[in-house]
Design a protein around this ligand. Structure first.
Ligand code: FES
Length: 106
């Protein structure tokens, strides 16, 4: 269903276990894709605080904890919810699709 000019296919929804995050490198981007109760969210994978990879962090509800220094972000809007992070993480708009995780072209 996706318009390939405005939407980017990242992976199948079934590739992302519920309550977990995976890293996707595609379209020149390094992204973390999260499955929270079968709703999907996408952020940059690289933590805004340093070299942490958020897809390797700990997802609890809508909060991803970076495993590098323990900073936390809300995956829904990228807001910082725990220090030492200060800068929100970039989020991507997920497009409705039955089978795949698709984002709007940033
Ligand atoms: S690199 Fe993520 S909290 Fe420091």
């Amino acid at each position: 269903m996706s318009n390939s000019e405005t939407a980017l296919l990242l992976c199948k929804k079934s590739d992302v276990p519920e309550g977990e995050a995976i890293k996707i490198e595609a379209h020149g981007l390094e992204l973390a894709v999260y499955n929270v109760e079968n709703l999907f969210y996408v952020t940059d994978d690289l933590c805004t605080h340093g070299p942490g990879s958020l897809s390797e962090g700990f997802l609890e509800g809508h909060v991803i904890e970076c495993d590098f220094h323990g900073g936390c972000f809300d995956v829904r809007n990228g807001e910082v919810v725990a220090p030492p992070c200060m800068i929100p993480i970039k989020t991507y708009e997920v497009v409705e699709d039955a089978e795949n995780v698709v984002i709007k072209q940033p």
